[in-house]
Design a protein around this ligand. Structure first.
Ligand code: FES
Length: 169
């Protein structure tokens, strides 16, 4: 093998190693955000906060009332999106049922229609029964139900991140 051929072979070998090394770095750099996104739900603990939604006397037994409250994890830049809402029904003296206002399909706010005893989603026709279960349409699961308590005459709900699924999208 001539000297020139040997130098060409060395150069090819060097360039091959260099391209594998740079390819490895590029693959590692691309994998970091993917791995971080996959691990995010495990690492970031979603806050749960008790929010007051009104006096227990403000609610009429047997009917749902829309209440508004500050999100569990308010951000200074969020503006009015920092506010959320829930449907609260008084079942007895200190007994309440609370559902998230957000449809489990794509998150649109559902409306309670007392005469039909159903929740209707205006976006894609989702319908829920008064116990929150799905009656019709694309929602993949029941309305999210919040834990609720009465403290010093005030109704409080344990809020968390808006529970929207992407199942069936
Ligand atoms: S967002 Fe409610 S049915 Fe689609």
């Amino acid at each position: 093998m001539s000297n020139s051929q040997e130098k060409t072979k060395e150069r090819r070998s060097f360039l091959t190693k260099l391209s594998f090394t740079l390819g490895g770095f590029a693959a590692a750099a691309a994998a970091v955000p993917v791995v971080a996104a996959l691990l995010n739900p495990l690492i970031v603990k979603k806050p749960k906060v008790w929010r007051r939604v009104g006096s227990a006397d403000d609610f009429q037994t047997g009917d749902f009332k829309l209440v508004k409250y500050e999100n569990a994890d308010p951000k200074p830049w969020a503006g009015s999106t920092d506010r959320s809402a829930a449907w609260v029904r008084k079942d007895g003296d200190d007994q309440f049922t609370v559902f998230s206002v957000n449809c489990t399909h794509l998150g649109c706010p559902v409306r309670w229609k007392a005469s039909a005893k159903l929740f209707f989603c205006p976006c894609h026709g989702g319908v829920y029964r008064e116990n929150g279960s799905v009656a019709a349409g694309p929602p993949p699961e029941s309305l999210h139900q919040y834990p609720v308590r009465v403290k010093n005459g005030q109704v409080e709900i344990e809020t968390s991140a808006i529970p929207v699924t992407t199942v069936g999208v």
